[in-house]
Structures are given as structure tokens and as C-alpha cells.
Design a protein around this ligand. Sequence first.
Ligand SMILES: [Zn+2]
Length: 382
Amino acid sequence: MEQQVVAFLKEKESEMVEVLKGLVELESPSHDKEAVDQVGKQVQELYRKYVGGSIQKFNNEHFGDHYRCEFGEGDEQILILAHMDTVWSKGTIEELPFRIDGDKLYGPGSFDMKGGIVQGVFALHALKTLQVPLKTKVVMLFTTDEEIGSESSRELIEAEAKKSKYVLVLESAAASTKGKLKTSRKGVGMFTIKVKGRAAHSGIEPEKGISAIEELARQTLYLHGLTDFEKGTTLNIGLIKGGSASNVVAAEAEAELDLRVKNTAEFNRIIPLIQGLTPSKEGLSIEVTGGINRPVMEKTQEITKMFETAKEIAKEYLDFDLEDQASGGGSDGSFASQFAPTLDGLGPVGDGAHASNEHLRISQMPVRSALVALLIEKLANE
Ligand SMILES: [Zn+2]
């Protein structure tokens, strides 16, 4: 059976490329509902053509509609996560057109993660066509707002993860030709810090002013000082604004802070420090809003076991050494991992996510698709 799946998918390589071309050329920036819905329709057609089974649509007012597709039968389920939105604004395709150069396939959203969608659909296509028996059903979610924090899909993702035995995420593999899977992800916190002081003319009566910018600078140094590379905890104020003119003591200043941690204990240690920022003198006020944006995905024993299964499949049937690594970024796998063992980075092998050199490796499309198919088979029938 395993060799058959591999051979079947290898024969589908050019068809996978053709299908991916169609998806890449339909652009889908997260904020453009109309555009994302076009891709949603296309993906639904692909799913119907290659897999079949029931498709449920979740209407979404502001962002694209989400889809839940079910394949096979069983009391238990394996969940597959894929997102259809990209970070690229409409029209990017004119500047960065779909193109193939040797083994590399370029185009906005190819690597993150339309290639993953194609590989996932073809994995199920192989299992279906070759009638590989599965004891559990496979639920695939196609969502539309991953790149902007999954506000409208989080509930759906978590509800499905709760019902699942395992979760597979078709996000791209870690950038390099090795295509390492992601077995842990840092937690992400996002905060806005607003400082209020008192305005005054900086020439005539500067002593009457209290500078919000000076205070924010002080707080920035304090927050950055909490960074601990050894623990994997980083704090970065990446955006700052404030003041009204160079000859006015600034009455207001504002900053955006990005927090990354490797474990929940660090969230618990650092967040109170952020929320507890206190002004250094009277006449100033500090307001902190925000919180955890994506929880930590920790490499649990169950995730380690899932990865070992994937590694064995890669070695035995696909003839390569699969590796894993930690990621500093969050994904929908971060949400799912709170409820079920989750393996992430099962999508394309390539490089350049969110960058103009975004591309994937064509020859790896059938390989990673087969990895997903065989992983589903093993996990469903264990
Ligand atoms: Zn992605």
C-alpha cells in the first residue's frame, strides 16, 4: 500500500503544479473577503473533484468564508488545518508572477501555504483512489484569516481540535531544503502601551510639561531589558509614535510590543510585569492593553511520538531523514495544540514566506503529499 501511494502521487506531480498555479493566480489577501471567497470556491471545487465527501460552509461577515470538509467514517477524527489567505495584497501577482525555474515554483502564497492545500488535497485523493482503509474520519478545515491572527476562525479550529485524536497542519516546513517539521512554536503576546503626560511649550515653560515620550523611552528600555535569550523570551517594541511638534513637550506617546515565549510559565512571569508598568513620576499615566495572541505549542511526549512516526515513514518509504525544529512564530497549530497532539510544518518545502523570493520545491510536492497520506493512514489505524 505505502509504495502504491508514493508512486501514485509521484505521477501526479505536474497535475499538482497545474492546480497550484490556479490557486496562486487567484490572489487572496486576508482583508479582501471577495478575493478570498474566490479561492474558497476554487478549493471547494478541488476538494469535490479529488476527494468528495461532505462540505460545510461557515459564512463570515468580514473575512472569507471558512470550509469544513469531511472524508471517510469513524467515531474519531484526524484534523487537518490549512489557510487560504496570504499576506500579499491584490496586484502582487503582476510584480511577482507565477513562474517555474528548474525545481523552484515562485508566486505569492505558493509556499505559505497554497502548496500545502494542494499537497493535502492530493494526499486524500491518493487514499481515496487507492481505497486505503481508515478507521477514523478526516476533517479538513480551510480557513481565511490565519495571517491576521485567526480572529474569526479560532473558535472553529478549537472546537474541531477538541474532537480530534490528532491534528496535522499544512503550513510550510521550516525554510531550507531540509524541510524540517515544526514540533514546537513560541507563544506570542501583543500589547499596546499608551503613555499620557502633560504638554507645555518647550521654549517658554518647559518645566510645566511632563514628557510622555521620555517616559515611553524609559519604559521601552525596561521592557527590552526583560529579554532573556537563554529562556527564549523576547520583548520587542517595534512601533512607536507620539508627540505633536518638536517645540512641544509631548503629552502622549504610544508603542506596540511583541512578546515571544517558549513556555507558558514565561507568559505567567512576564505578562504581569507588562500589565503592571508604573509611571516613574506623578502626572504621568500608563495604559496597557492586549494580551496573548497565540498560546505556546510545547513539544509534548505525544508530539514527539507523532514526529517519530513521521520520521519512520520518511525513512522507510520516502528515503530521506526527516528532522524537526522549534519555530519562533505562531500558527493555527498553536491553538489546536492546546487540545490535541499537533504536528506542524507538513506543507511545502521551500523558502521565502512573506518575502519576494517566496517559492517551493516542485519535486518535494509529491514527497510531502505522500508523507501526509501515509501519516494519516498510520495515525488513523494505530
Ligand atoms: Zn501560513
